[in-house]
Design a protein around this ligand. Structure first.
Ligand code: SF4
Length: 262
């Protein structure tokens, strides 16, 4: 893993994602190494490097964010819109915690997305924040399959435990059921396992998204699946409609609310 300490010129640039006004990403690159991750496709950063083999740590992001919040703290701040804010290096650098502390101090709204139970380290802070929501992203509830497509991330079982602990602490936490990958996590059985695990964890809100095929990510995912004797299925309008309908039905059975991600 190549780790670089870098400085950013802006901590919270405007976000183009719906519902978010600004985006805070303390790390560039992500050690979770998800084979389907399209951050490289979107940012075009280090496209010749192996995804998961490099992380830039924005060491001044907290100081920069403070200056920006002193000017204006309006809107919703998405934390981890490109890369995971609770990837392993966060344990040492505590940049995400620093940014969340500032957002709390300035009364700004925060929307955090992660695949890591490291989020529980900050449960005290999150429980104290008045305007925060946490999404735990899970593509597939099966730890073995997740290990194939998300080799560097904590297993889904740990993420469901985190959801449960956050719900118990009164934090607004939801399941981000994404990406639902054709041939990997889109079967009725897989969707059922996902929603049942969420229900056991006390989740009341599920946001979902389908697999978004981009060139670099598609090649990486196909290779990871081939190495495991698995195959990527095809995504069609009908299959997406079927997945949404089944998720809606399964969520309805458990009294949970389903939303589309975008
Ligand atoms: S956790 Fe998110 S940012 Fe990190 S590799 Fe996986 S999909 Fe990409």
């Amino acid at each position: 893993m190549k780790v670089k300490l870098v400085k950013c010129s802006i901590a919270a640039p405007p976000s183009r994602l719906p519902g978010l006004d600004r985006a805070v990403n303390p790390y560039r690159g992500c050690a979770h190494s998800c084979s389907y991750c399209y951050a490289q496709d979107v940012t075009r950063s280090e496209t010749s490097s192996i995804w998961g083999s490099f992380v830039d740590v924005k060491v001044n992001v907290v100081q920069r964010l403070k200056k920006e919040l002193e000017r204006c703290a309006k809107g919703v701040y998405g934390v981890g819109t490109v890369t995971d804010p609770y990837q392993p290096l966060e344990e040492k650098h505590e940049l995400t915690r620093g940014c969340l502390s500032l957002l709390n101090r300035f009364g700004a709204k925060a929307s955090v997305l992660t695949k890591s139970d490291l989020v529980l380290r900050d449960i005290d802070l999150l429980a104290e924040m008045e305007a925060v929501e946490i999404g735990l992203s899970v593509s597939c509830a099966n730890d073995r399959i997740a290990g194939i497509v998300e080799p560097g991330a904590p297993p889904p079982s740990a993420r469901f435990d985190a959801l449960s602990a956050l719900a118990d602490a009164g934090v607004d936490a939801y399941l981000m059921a994404a990406p639902v990958i054709p041939g990997v996590s889109d079967s009725r059985q897989s969707l059922t396992a996902l929603i049942e695990a969420a229900a056991v964890a006390g989740v009341v809100r599920v946001v979902w998204d389908s697999w978004n095929p981009k060139p670099i990510a598609s090649n990486r995912l196909k290779k990871a699946l081939n190495d495991a004797d698995m195959r990527l299925g095809s995504s069609t309008e009908e299959s997406t409609f079927r997945v949404r309908s089944e998720l809606s039905e399964l969520c309805g059975q458990k009294g949970m609310h389903l939303e589309d991600a975008f």
